[in-house]
Ligand binder design. Structure first.
Ligand code: URP
Ligand code: ZN
Ligand code: ZN
Length: 468
C-alpha cells in the first residue's frame, strides 16, 4: 500500500489507549495503523513524540459584534491561525443571531466572515437571542437537518439573555429536533441589582466585575438551567463552569438521571479574582464571565476534570485588545467595569496549559487529556469519528507533541490579534511541534508553513452523541 505520508514510530494516543506504531495517511485520511509502514511520498519521524488527535476547541468567539465601538481582536484569519499554533485542527465558533434576524441570515454573515480565511476546520454553534415562533418552529428544525446541530443560550447579558419561558421553548425545540443546547448560566437580575449597588457606592474598578457576578449567581442559574432541561427532558451542556457549587449542580443532576455535559476552561484553573485587582486598569485584562474565583475553586475545577464531572476543556477564547479604545481600555470602560468587554484570549494556550499543569503534574493521564481536549468535543458536537481520534478512516488531523519541550509563554508566539495574554511568562512543559490538517502539515515549530495556510474549511456536523 502506498501512502502520501507516514508518521513513523511515535506514541499514538487516543482517549482510551496509547501505543507505538506508524500512521499511514492517504487523501487526507488515516488509512493504516501498523508497525514498519514503508512507501510514502513523505516520512515524518515521530520517535519520542506523542501523536495526538488535533485539538478541537468547541468554545471560540471570533469576529462577533461586541457593542458600540468595541471590536473583537480576532477574525477568522487571526483566530484560526492562533488555534493552529496551539495545536488545534478544528474550532467551533459562535454564529450570533441579532435581534430580528433570521438564523439563515446570521449564518450567511458568519459564513462570509469565515470564507477563505480559516487555517483550521471550522463549524458554527447558533446563538439564539430571538426565539420567535418562526425561528423555533421553522428555521431551527431545518438547520439541524443541515448540520447545525448545537446552539447556545445566555441567561445573562442585557440584549442576549433569554427569559425562562424562552429557554424552555428553545430546549423543547432542541428535544424535538435533536439539537444540543449549551447554556451560559449566570443570574442576570441578580447581577444587575449588584451593579446598581456598586454604582451607588462608587465601586467601579475592574475588580468589581467579579463581586457583581458572585458564585451564587452562577450556581442559581446552573440549577435553574438544569431544572428547565429536566422539565422538558432534554440533554444540555453547562459551559464555562468556574467553581465547586455550580459543578456540584451538574453532579446532582446526573444523580437524578439527567444527561448533562459540563465544560470548564483554563482561566478557572489558572486565574483568580485577585488578578482583576491590580493598578492602572491592568485587571481589565482578566475580565471575563463567569469571573475567575479563588484557589479553592481552581482545585474544585481540577477535581471535576479528574473525576469526569467535566467532559470538555475549552478555551472560551473571546479576545479584545487591552491598550485600545476599541478594546478593554475604551473610554467608558476606564470609568466603569461594566463597559469593559467580557472575554480573554486563550485558543493557543488551552492545550499547553492542560498538558503542562494536568499531564506533566500527574493530575490527569494523557488519554484523559485527549478526551478533554479533542475526542469528547467531537462526540458531543457530532464530529466523531471523522474527527477527535486516531483511527482508520478518520481525518488525519494530528498534533505531534514534544512532552519535554519547555516553553515560556509570551504574547508574540501566540499569533492572535490581542496585544496580551493572561498567561504572559507562564512556563509550560510540552508543546505541539507539528500540526497536520487532513494529512497536510500546516504548522511546524510554532509557525504556519507558507503553503499550509488557509487550508481550513467549514464542516457540517451530525447530531450529538448525547441526543442520538
Ligand atoms: O467573558 C466571556 N466569557 N465572554 C465570552 C462570551 C461568553 O459568555 O461565552
Ligand atoms: Zn458564555
Ligand atoms: Zn464564550
Amino acid at each position: 500500500m502506498r501512502f502520501d505520508t507516514i508518521i513513523r514510530n511515535g506514541t499514538v494516543v487516543t482517549a482510551s489507549d496509547s501505543f507505538i506504531c506508524d500512521v499511514g495517511i492517504r487523501d487526507g485520511r488515516i488509512v493504516a495503523l501498523a508497525a514498519d509502514l514503508t512507501d510514502a511520498d513523505e516520512i515524518i519521524d515521530a520517535t519520542g513524540l506523542f501523536v495526538l488527535p488535533g485539538g478541537i476547541d468547541s468554545h471560540v468567539h471570533l469576529d462577533q459584534p461586541s457593542g458600540d465601538g468595541i471590536v473583537m481582536a480576532d477574525d477568522f484569519d487571526s483566530g484560526t491561525r492562533s488555534a493552529a499554533v496551539g495545536g488545534n485542527s478544528t474550532v467551533l465558533a459562535f454564529c450570533m443571531q441579532e435581534k430580528g434576524q433570521s438564523l439563515r441570515q446570521a449564518l450567511n454573515v458568519y459564513h462570509a466572515k469565515a470564507e477563505g480565511k480559516c487555517h483550521v476546520d471550522v463549524s458554527f454553534h447558533l446563538v439564539i437571542t430571538d426565539p420567535t415562533p418562526d425561528v423555533l418552529g421553522q428555521e431551527l428544525p431545518a438547520l439541524v437537518e443541515d448540520g447545525y446541530t448545537s446552539l447556545k443560550v445566555f441567561m445573562t447579558y442585557e440584549g442576549l439573555r433569554l427569559r425562562d419561558d424562552e429557554i424552555l421553548a428553545t430546549l423543547d425545540t432542541a428535544r424535538r429536533t435533536g439539537a444540543l443546547v449549551m447554556v451560559h448560566c449566570e443570574n442576570e437580575d441578580a447581577i444587575r441589582y449588584l451593579i446598581g449597588r456598586h454604582e451607588e457606592e462608587g465601586r467601579l474598578a475592574p475588580k468589581f466585575h467579579a463581586t457583581t457576578r458572585p458564585i451564587a449567581a452562577e450556581r442559581e442559574a446552573t440549577h435553574r438551567a438544569l431544572s428547565l432541561a429536566e422539565i422538558v427532558d432534554v440533554p444540555i451542556v453547562i459551559v464555562h463552569v468556574s467553581n465547586r457549587e455550580a459543578m456540584e449542580e451538574i453532579r446532582r443532576a446526573r444523580q437524578r438521571g439527567q444527561t448533562v455535559a459540563g465544560e470548564t476552561c483554563p482561566q478557572y484553573l489558572m486565574l483568580t479574582a485577585e488578578d482583576l485587582d491590580q493598578t492602572e486598569m491592568e485587571g481589565a485584562k482578566f475580565v471575563c464571565s463567569p469571573p475567575p474565583r479563588d484557589k479553592a475553586s481552581q482545585e474544585a475545577c481540577w477535581e471535576g476534570l479528574e473525576q469526569g464531572v467535566f467532559d470538555l476543556f475549552s478555551s472560551d477564547h473571546c479576545p479584545f485588545r487591552f491598550d485600545d479604545v476599541e478594546g478593554k481600555l475604551n473610554d467608558k470602560g476606564k470609568r466603569h467595569f461594566r463597559w469593559i468587554p467580557n472575554g480573554i484570549p486563550g485558543v493557543a494556550t488551552r492545550l499547553p496549559i492542560l498538558f503542562s499543569e494536568g499531564v506533566m503534574k500527574g493530575r490527569i493521564d494523557i488519554n484523559r487529556f485527549v478526551a478533554l481536549t479533542s475526542t469528547n468535543h467531537a462526540k458531543l458536537y457530532g464530529l466523531y469519528p471523522r474527527k477527535g481520534t486516531i483511527a482508520i478512516g478518520s481525518d488525519a488531523d494530528i498534533a505531534l507533541w514534544d512532552a519535554g519541550l519547555k516553553v515560556t509563554l509570551t504574547n508574540d508566539m501566540l499569533q492572535h490579534g490581542a496585544d496580551y495574554t493572561p498567561y504572559e511568562g507562564l512556563a509550560v512543559t510540552g508543546w505541539p511541534v507539528r500540526l497536520l490538517l487532513r494529512g497536510k502539515t500546516i504548522v511546524e515549530n510554532g509557525d504556519l508553513l507558507p503553503g499550509g495556510d488557509r487550508q481550513g474549511g467549514y464542516v457540517p456536523r451530525e447530531k450529538s452523541s448525547l441526543v442520538r
